[in-house]
Ligand binder design. Structure first.
Ligand SMILES: Cc1ncc(COP(=O)(O)O)c(C=O)c1O
Length: 323
């Protein structure tokens, strides 16, 4: 079992727990997990961090709606729906795919919390960063504060940066690992870390380097001075959402031994990458390493529903009541 370390307790912060695991003592490293998945029961992990200042901005601008984009099983859409509900903002989700997805695990919850869903085909969805399309949406929804897919914009950075502020109070460490999807989380960490630690982003999808460009774009002017980070591209295990049975078994086995829940799309891929790097001798003896748990456990619901994993083995959350 993992132990709660005797680190500074602060209810405002997500907890930092030391993990005891045989491979860690074998390689003489100390490993900690920053439990951002526990920040909020629904708006978990990096969603909480990325939305925090976006929601504030929406309210300050007097907006009454929040609108964003996502796939039919999106963690971001799930979190945004609930964030809208508790912030008195009407949430609108522009969803890639056909309306029958409305009944899936993620979107049933989104509807339950009051989100309005608008389904668009793949061609239209591709326009989600296009200025003209966004201007047209803004005309259609004049009271909406528009947040990009995944919540990754410049206002996501200060929210994510608070992970670094908290960690600086919790522990002296050498490495921080995070999964990378769109790059917003890593960009926020880099920005706040200001070259203090080694930041390793684990790409969860196949790509040829565009993620580093995305991160640099979000960092804008500061990017050139900040060189303490890397995106590792060799741990995607076949692409976004893909993994082998053996990968899933390794994640489950780690969860069972440590008591920490993971899912195989983001946090689980980061975990496997970390275990592989450890075996390859990437970390020097004595290194203190922090894994950032970015949440996303709601995704297990949709995966179980599609028969992609066994609901008896994984911590699959409850379905929304039918509405
Ligand atoms: C649970 C979870 N972890 C990590 C990520 C990756 O974060 P980012 O898109 O900011 O790189 C995502 C996607 O946004 C996610 O849903």
């Amino acid at each position: 079992m993992y132990k709660i370390s005797n680190l500074k307790e602060n209810k405002e912060m997500s907890s930092l727990n030391k993990i005891n695991y045989p491979a860690f003592s074998k390689h003489q490293v100390e490993v900690f997990i920053k439990r951002d998945d526990l920040i909020h029961p629904i708006i978990s992990g990096n969603k909480w961090r990325k939305l925090k200042y976006n929601l504030k901005a929406a309210k300050e601008m007097g907006k009454t709606q929040i609108l964003s984009f996502g796939g039919a099983y999106s963690n971001h859409i799930h979190a945004l729906a609930y964030a809208g509900k508790i912030n008195n903002l009407d949430a609108i989700g522009i969803i890639r795919g056909e309306p029958h997805y409305r009944n899936n695990f993620t979107l049933t919850w989104a509807t339950h919390w009051g989100m309005t869903l608008e389904f668009v085909d793949r061609k239209t969805y591709k326009l989600r960063h296009n200025e003209e399309y966004l201007a047209q949406l803004q005309l259609q929804y004049p009271d909406a504060y528009i947040i990009p897919e995944g919540g990754s914009n410049h206002l996501a950075l200060p929210g994510v940066g608070e992970v670094i502020t908290e960690l600086n109070e919790q522990l002296e460490y050498d490495y921080l690992l995070t999964p990378v999807g769109s790059g917003g989380t890593l960009a926020g960490l880099i920005n706040a870390d200001n070259n203090q630690h080694n930041l390793l982003g684990i790409a969860v999808l196949k790509q040829d380097g565009y993620l580093a460009d995305e991160v640099n774009l979000l960092l804008a002017a500061q990017a050139s001075n900040l060189d303490n980070w890397k995106i590792l591209n060799q741990f995607h295990r076949g692409g976004y959402g893909k993994y082998k049975t053996a990968d899933a078994q390794r994640i489950l086995q780690f969860s069972q031994q440590t008591g920490i829940p993971f899912e195989p799309v983001y946090s689980g891929k980061m975990l496997l990458a970390f275990l592989d790097l450890l075996e390859q001798g990437y970390f020097q003896a004595g290194a203190k390493i922090v894994l950032l748990h970015t949440g996303g456990l709601q995704g297990l619901g949709g995966m179980a529903e599609r028969g992609l994993l066994n609901a008896d083995e994984w911590p699959v959350p409850e379905r929304a009541p039918n509405c």
